[in-house]
Design a protein around this ligand. Structure first.
Ligand SMILES: *Cc1c(COP(=O)(O)O)cnc(C)c1O
Length: 349
């Protein structure tokens, strides 16, 4: 795994000091970013997909199975499957297939089978059901590869361990760069994999930890996906956590400008850290996120993913409220995938 990380994935990814942005904020607080956008395929997801596919190979499986919503997990897994010479079946709702044409093309070019799911609303939930059903039928030859720190044990633990490379690297690099630990670390939380990856390196340190959830259009149910902030305990998709539920106790409809964050729950370990009070889960809305997207692009020459822009927006607010110190942000992915959408919906700010 270590050799693959180095020779194929391009790890370790660097930490960049955002000097111009920090100066502009002007409180003296220094912001740094862990550059998961420079990971092969442009986001942190390959960290767990390479681990999952290596495990499949080790177990003698011939195929990996997964669902995908926006297509990011599908592309990362298709990449890992190509690397290891495994078959790859990606289940995807018909509506998502239409919306995410570039990612569908990527998966197909990488040799994956993209299987269209036409049940129900034809989006992520139906794709999850179809992938589970396929796995139940093919478990002898195939393994299911989940896309975040979700699902039944051991998936949340496995994905955390594969993502922990981010926190292990970041802690060492940050100390080497500055001679000390950061005062605060920040990551966006959808399912929670990039966040737990960073957090796991710092849980035993005197460091304030912030998980940032999408407030979307506002606090009304259906307008956001801030499950840890506004949700309650429940069970879905094989795990117990904190989640957003409708009046019947079913997973509620959620919304975020970032398609990678619109999930009605987060991994069980985040619920645990939330209840312990070790991590503070807070929110930023769509507008603050889009502002941060442009601010980081203009001030630093880094175009962030909309998901990651949530963490950047929060770090900018935090830097204004702190008098001194340093903040390390997990820049979970690059924003190439989001540019057309942002220009169409928001124009150039
Ligand atoms: C998928 C994705 C996320 C959200 O997933 P987590 O499991 O919460 O990390 C965040 N950032 C990027 C760039 C993504 O592609």
């Amino acid at each position: 795994m270590r050799r693959i990380r180095k020779e194929f994935q391009g790890r370790p990814t660097p930490i960049s000091h955002l000097e111009r942005l920090s100066d502009k904020i002007g409180t003296g607080v220094q912001i740094y970013v862990k550059r998961e956008d420079l990971n092969h395929t442009g986001a942190h997801k390959l960290n767990h997909c390479m681990g999952e596919a290596l495990l499949a190979k080790y177990m003698g499986k011939k195929k990996v199975i997964a669902e995908t919503g926006a297509g990011q997990h599908g592309v990362a897994l298709a990449t890992a499957a190509a690397y290891f010479g495994l078959e790859c079946d990606i289940y995807m709702g018909a509506v998502d297939i239409k919306k995410q044409a570039p990612n569908v093309a990527r998966m197909k070019i990488l040799g994956a089978n993209v299987i269209e799911v036409t049940d129900g609303l034809q989006t992520l939930k139906e794709a999850v059901d179809a992938a589970f059903k396929a796995y139940a039928a093919e478990y002898n030859d195939a393994i299911y590869c989940i896309g975040s720190v979700l699902g039944p044990h051991p998936f949340p633990m496995m994905v955390r361990d594969f993502q922990s490379v981010v926190g292990i690297e970041a802690r060492e690099q940050f100390i080497e760069m500055t001679g000390e630990l950061p005062d605060a670390i920040v990551a966006c939380v959808g399912g929670g994999s990039n966040a737990i990856g960073l957090f796991s390196g710092f849980l035993n340190d005197p460091v304030d930890i912030y998980g940032v959830e999408p407030l979307g259009r506002g606090t009304a149910l259906g307008d956001h996906a801030a499950s840890l902030k506004y949700g309650t305990e429940g069970i879905m998709h094989g795990f117990n956590s904190i989640m957003l539920k409708d009046e019947n106790g079913e997973p509620a409809p959620v919304y975020s400008v970032a398609s990678g964050l619109d999930y009605p729950s987060s991994g069980p370990e985040h619920a645990f850290l939330h209840d312990l009070g070790r991590v503070k889960y807070d929110v930023v809305d769509d507008n603050e996120t889009i502002d941060a997207f442009f601010e980081l692009s203009r001030m630093e020459g880094i175009i962030p993913a909309i998901e990651s822009s949530h963490a950047v927006a929060y770090a900018m607010k935090l830097a204004k409220s702190m008098k001194k110190g340093s903040i390390l942000v997990n820049l979970s992915g690059r924003g190439d995938k989001d540019m057309d959408y942002i220009i169409e919906k928001y124009g150039i700010r």
